[in-house]
Write a protein that binds this ligand. Structure first.
Ligand code: GYE
Length: 311
């Protein structure tokens, strides 16, 4: 109702807005930082943010969206846990004239079912990680194990794709094991333990590619418990650039990470503001940066800096 009046008279200002935010959960340090920053961004703009944590279950996200629609919120933010199964509920939001913005993950639905998606180029992230490994191994034989993100999520699909693209034509690099660690430290450690057991105690493994830093941190623990040196016996490359991976880098236990900003809400709420004010339609994809960091980038200093930014 608020928004309708505001649209008619063009007086929509963030202060009147009620926004529903369907968050996946808090499976990783990065996700927890995104939640913190989203709440800060809403607070700063005087937005009433209705927060729903789905505990990583799609059915909980669909329930949350239906509840937001029933409440008549002015807009919805959602980080979609998986890429499929959203058409029906997104159509319900569209029929209720409630704009939906996707954060950090995409969906397979037609793009007229959401206002915009604020994400990194997930394929490119995998590419950057793969290229770093290609350059670092410089033609030397290297068996790689891969910890995939949540099965069916766009980051798991795209980061795998990008990494494999980067390895094309470099037959010295072989992905010998690949399994989901569901983006969590616990699962990352567990699956890495099984990789180590299956690969002669880790002697056959030269590198780990983890789709996020949290799984890498869990895996680093497993590598150490197996009596090997992570970062040396087994190279470690991952994605997110959360503070703890810089701590591991400073200790020589991790080698490279690709940065993903946890501040997706800033660009999302700016685009929403413009749309609600005068109907300005944002691009369907607002892309955030992806930057490679290695041990050469003073990881201790970056760790100190990042600690304050929502993590
Ligand atoms: O890399 C990971 C989180 O959706 C791209 O989700 C995001 C990923 C992020 O669990 O830490």
């Amino acid at each position: 109702a608020t928004i309708l009046a505001a649209c008619m008279f063009g007086s929509a200002s963030a202060a009147d807005l009620t926004i529903g935010f369907s968050q996946i959960g808090s499976e990783s340090g990065w996700r927890a930082a995104e939640t913190t920053l989203t709440k800060q961004q809403a607070e700063k703009r005087g937005i009433d943010l209705k927060f729903a944590d789905a505990q990583q279950k799609q059915e909980n996200q669909i329930k949350a969206l239906r509840s937001f629609i029933a409440q008549g919120v002015d807009a919805i933010l959602i980080a979609p846990v998986v890429a499929t199964g959203w058409d029906e509920v997104l159509t319900e939001a569209k029929d209720a004239e409630i704009p939906v913005i996707l954060l950090d993950r995409t969906v397979d639905s037609k793009d007229d079912l959401y206002l915009t998606a604020v994400t990194s180029d997930l394929v490119h992230e995998g590419n950057v990680a793969g290229k770093w490994l290609v350059d670092t191994t410089a033609g030397k034989p290297c068996n790689v194990v891969e910890l995939q993100g949540t099965t069916g999520s766009s980051p798991a699909i795209d980061r795998k794709k990008g990494f494999e693209e980067a390895l094309k034509g470099h037959d010295n690099l072989k992905i010998v094991r690949s399994q989901t660690g569901d983006f969590t430290r616990t699962k990352g450690k567990e699956v890495m333990e099984s990789f180590l057991k299956a690969e002669d105690g880790g002697k056959n493994i030269c590198a780990l590619y983890a789709h996020n830093d949290d799984m890498a941190v869990g895996a680093i623990q497993a590598i150490k418990e197996a009596g090997l040196k992570p970062g040396k016996d087994i190279l470690v490359v991952s994605i997110d650039a959360v503070p703890d991976i810089f701590q591991a880098m400073a200790a020589g236990e991790a080698n490279a990470t690709v940065e993903l900003t946890p501040n997706m809400a800033g660009p999302a709420l700016d685009a929403l503001d413009a749309f609600l004010k005068d109907g300005t339609k944002p691009a369907k994809w607002i892309q955030t940066e992806s930057k490679l960091y290695t041990q050469a980038d003073d990881p201790q200093k970056i760790y100190e800096e990042k600690k304050g930014l929502g993590y």
